[in-house]
Structures are given as structure tokens and as C-alpha cells.
Design a protein around this ligand. Structure first.
Ligand code: NAP
Length: 259
């Protein structure tokens, strides 16, 4: 399927590995020139080399923390008029709400709510003026079904989702859509990191915990990042202009609801 986005420009935040990188990959494979951000220059350089070689498109890297004003300014300087914006950042740590301070909350809200809102604010009017824009916020299945130990994520991402629900209806008439893409368990460094934490806490071998979590999913496996990237690319396609304000799960059927 031709997604109709060849020659478009995208900013994909937090994209040197994992789900962000997969989104950048799929966009580039569909003809989009991408700016990818991340905090570690070496990881960015290897993502750039791999995506450029596979796609033949230009990949520009911006090293910096996207949750800071300087990090966002650098991303926008590299691509001042993006047609596509994929918002992403690392997820907050797990824990018990009794231990979280105001600073812990501010950090989570900064990363997973205010950073995407700032980037939407900086780009959405230009997109509307140019009559094309696709904004995808990588959030979490926790938006639909809270994950007990991830209270910081449950709270901050719910705030972003509520904000977007309103604004997404204000932009779609100008062919600018804003949607949330909600990952369930995907095999990435983050998932392996949280699995390692459980393994260390319980004293059980990593492989045992990893396999057990996998078996709990109706698909009996973890998602592969490329499956996420391809869904993201479709949401950014010319054909997806009538999809806005949605929160789309991609979780192997893990969410147990009928609707
Ligand atoms: P990942 O594999 O750990 O990759 C995270 C990427 O983001 C890396 O490229 C990392 O590079 C970059 N990054 C992290 N913090 C950043 C920051 N402040 N500024 C710029 N770049 C930053 O994580 P993932 O699994 O792809 O997860 C992506 C998002 O989806 C996270 O918010 C996660 O909580 C959420 N999620 C993931 C899953 C899952 O199963 N994988 C499930 C639900 C939700 P540097 O570290 O070098 O900056």
C-alpha cells in the first residue's frame, strides 16, 4: 500500500532504539525524511546508519533530552516544519505511590504529558496552515487498563490523553490528526529492564520471568517493534485523515474488554 507520504518530514522523539526507532524506520521506508532524537549519540549514530541504508532517506540525529526545553528546541531547529510528529520518551520507573515525592511526579508529568503537549503546541498551527499533519503519541496500554506498579505512568499518560481528546477535534478539519498509540508488552530494552528488575527482586531467573510474562499474553508472545512501527506509519498516512482523537491498542489482545 502506498501511504502517500513520500517526501514528508518527521520528528520522531526518543528514537535511537525500541518503539520510537521502529516508527522512524517504518516512516523512512515509506519515503519520509526523519529527525530522530535520543540522549546517547552512539545509539543515535547506529540507528541513523541502519535506517539510511535500508530506506535511502535522510536521517538527521539530534542528541539531547527531549523532556528539557533545550532538547525540544534542538529537535525543532533540525526540523522547523514537520509534517509528522511522533511523541515519545522513556517511561517512568515502577514503584509504590507512598514512596513518590512531588519531584518524582513532576518528572513523570514533564516526560509523559508536558513534553508532548509542548511539541504539539510548537507544531500544530504550522501543520494546519499547510493542511497536513499527523501527530502520534506513544503512550501505553496503561491508558486503558492501569498497571499497578506504574502509577506515575498511569497518571501522567492519562493527563496527556485527556488533553489530546479535546484538541484532536479542533485540528482534524485542517487534515491534522492526533492519536495515541498504546503499546502492550513489546520486546524492547525497557521491557527487558523491567523483567530484570522483577527477576532481581524475586530471585527468580531472568528467562523464567521473561517466559512467564510472555505466556500471560493471548498471543503467547511479545510484540515485535516493527509491528508497532508499521501501525504508526499507517496512522501517519495520507489515507488516515479521518482517524483522530483515538487511543489505539496494539497488545496481542491483552486488554480483556469487549470494546
Ligand atoms: P526503550 O527500548 O527503552 O527505548 C527508549 C528510547 O527512548 C531510546 O532510544 C532512548 O535513548 C530514548 N529516550 C529515553 N528517554 C529519553 C529522553 N528523555 N530524551 C530523549 N530520548 C530518550 O523503550 P521502549 O520500549 O521503546 O518504550 C517507549 C515508550 O513506550 C516508553 O515511554 C515506554 O514506557 C512505553 N511503553 C513501552 C512498552 C514496552 O513493552 N516496550 C509498553 C508500554 C509502554 P537514550 O536512553 O539514549 O536517550
Amino acid at each position: 500500500m502506498d501511504l502517500g507520504i513520500e517526501g514528508r518530514k518527521a520528528i520522531v522523539c526518543a528514537a535511537s532504539e525500541g518503539l520510537g526507532r521502529a516508527c522512524a524506520w517504518s516512516l523512512a521506508m515509506n519515503g519520509v525524511d526523519v529527525v530522530i532524537t535520543g540522549r546517547t549519540p552512539e545509539k543515535l549514530a547506529s540507528a541513523k546508519a541502519e535506517i539510511e541504508q535500508a530506506s535511502g532517506r535522510t536521517v538527521v540525529t539530534v542528541a539531547g533530552d527531549i523532556t528539557t526545553e533545550a532538547g525540544r528546541a534542538a529537535a525543532l531547529a533540525a526540523c522547523p516544519e514537520p509534517d509528522i510528529l511522533v511523541n515519545n520518551a522513556g517511561g517512568p520507573p515502577p514503584g509504590d505511590f507512598r514512596d513518590w515525592t512531588r519531584d518524582d511526579w513532576i518528572k513523570a508529568i514533564d516526560a509523559n504529558m508536558l513534553t508532548p503537549i509542548e511539541l504539539i503546541k510548537a507544531t500544530v498551527d504550522g501543520m494546519m496552515d499547510r493542511s497536513f499533519g499527523r501527530i502520534v503519541n506513544i503512550t501505553s496500554s496503561a491508558v486503558k487498563a492501569p498497571i499497578d506498579v506504574l502509577g506515575l505512568s498511569n497518571g501522567a499518560r492519562a493527563g496527556l490523553t485527556g488533553f489530546v481528546a479535546g484538541v484532536a477535534r479542533k485540528t482534524v478539519a485542517k487534515n491534522v490528526t492526533i492519536n495515541g498509540l498504546l503499546p502492550g508488552p513489546f520486546d524492547t530494552a525497557r521491557l527487558r529492564g523491567t523483567t530484570k528488575a522483577v527477576s532481581e527482586k524475586t530471585g527468580r531467573p531472568f528467562e523464567e520471568v521473561f517466559e512467564e510474562r510472555k505466556k500471560l499474553n493471548p498471543a503467547q508472545r511479545y510484540g515485535e517493534p516493527f509491528e508497532f512501527g508499521e501501525y504508526c506509519a499507517f496512522l501517519c498516512s495520507a489515507q488516515a485523515g479521518y482517524i483522530t482523537g483515538q487511543n489505539l491498542l496494539i497488545d496481542g489482545g491483552n486488554y480483556p474488554g469487549t470494546l
